[in-house]
Design a protein around this ligand. Structure first.
Ligand SMILES: [Zn+2]
Length: 310
């Protein structure tokens, strides 16, 4: 049982973009001051996101954009442009603060403020949330409760891998209904010799040769009978971005590796697989509390069967 309608694996995979700028990334947080965002470090995210919208149009692909509230505020037409392209608008929080470094109260304010802003700008309901650097773990499961209460229907905020910045290796690997009443869609991993290998995108996608990434995706779909989901950032297709000084060699390698190859790889990825939004790929209609889902009983039944997945 895979939790999908009629137990058939969807043909599409979920394409997601975390809309933030190069100066928002965690690896630079020790050298970049918040007041320098968009000033000392000029904004490039709007242009890069439009480039992505253009690439998606070329392949006739729809995607989910997890936008940072700060970016939506700085670029007030961006959310509307994304929705006008037929894509799904979702939230990446407001100020890219890690959920596990915020108090519960600050987290609540951050997610509510960003959700409201995106809905005001776009006129659309925002269902999805992704925590900066997948920062929901064992120490802050209250975040799921806050997200549910704030009106989010799903999150994609966990990465069941071992990593120095994020990850909870022992957590579920596939879409599941959490006891807090919200659906979580973890970033994909391959289980190799009892270890979860990260294959969901970002830096790993730039690190692995493209053929290996493609093999991982095919294997993931075959092995798990789950759709794949992929994430990347607008700054990853921008090799001309300003170089950051005073950062560690590890951070430098992680951030700048193969940026010049990324755009071509994205084109191949979009040609080699079928893609759609998270909402469509994971068949969240009827599971989420939007106005269109009139059949509440059916919705409850689908939720309870999802809860028995694992
Ligand atoms: Zn992020």
């Amino acid at each position: 049982m895979n939790g999908f309608t009629n137990n058939i694996l969807p043909t599409t995979n979920a394409l997601t973009i975390d809309v933030e700028d190069y100066f928002h990334v965690e690896a630079f947080s020790s050298v970049v001051k918040r007041e320098d965002w968009g000033n000392k470090y000029p904004l490039r995210v709007e242009k890069n996101t439009h480039r992505i919208l253009n690439i998606l149009d070329q392949h006739d692909v729809k995607a989910t954009f997890f936008i940072l509230g700060w970016v939506a505020e700085a670029c007030p037409n961006l959310a509307r442009a994304i929705v006008a392209g037929g894509h799904e608008l979702a939230s990446h929080g407001f100020a890219h603060q890690h959920a596990n470094k915020q108090t519960r109260e600050t987290f609540r304010q951050d997610i509510c403020r960003s959700k409201q802003l995106l809905e005001d700008q776009s006129g659309m309901r925002v269902h999805g949330y992704r925590a900066p650097s997948f920062s929901i773990g064992l120490g802050n499961t209250w975040a799921f409760e806050e997200l549910q209460q704030a009106g989010f229907s799903y999150t994609s905020s966990t990465y069941p891998v071992k990593h120095d910045i994020y990850g909870t290796p022992e957590w579920p690997r596939f879409k599941h209904l959490r006891q807090e009443g919200i659906i979580e869609i973890p970033i994909p991993t391959l289980n190799v010799l009892n270890r979860n290998v990260p294959i969901g995108g970002g830096g790993y996608f730039r690190l692995y040769p493209y053929a290996l990434s493609r093999y991982f995706i095919e294997r993931f779909r075959q092995q798990t009978q789950q759709p794949f989901s992929f994430y990347f950032h607008p700054w990853e297709i921008d090799p001309m971005q300003p170089q950051m000084h005073g950062i560690s060699i590890k951070s430098r390698v992680r951030h700048y590796l193969n940026l010049n190859r990324m755009e071509a790889r994205i084109h191949r990825l979009l040609s080699d697989f079928q893609w759609d939004t998270m909402y469509n790929t994971y068949q969240l209609h009827g599971l989420v509390s939007d106005e269109k889902s009139s059949n509440q009983e059916d919705s409850r039944q689908r939720l309870s069967s999802l809860g028995q997945l694992r």
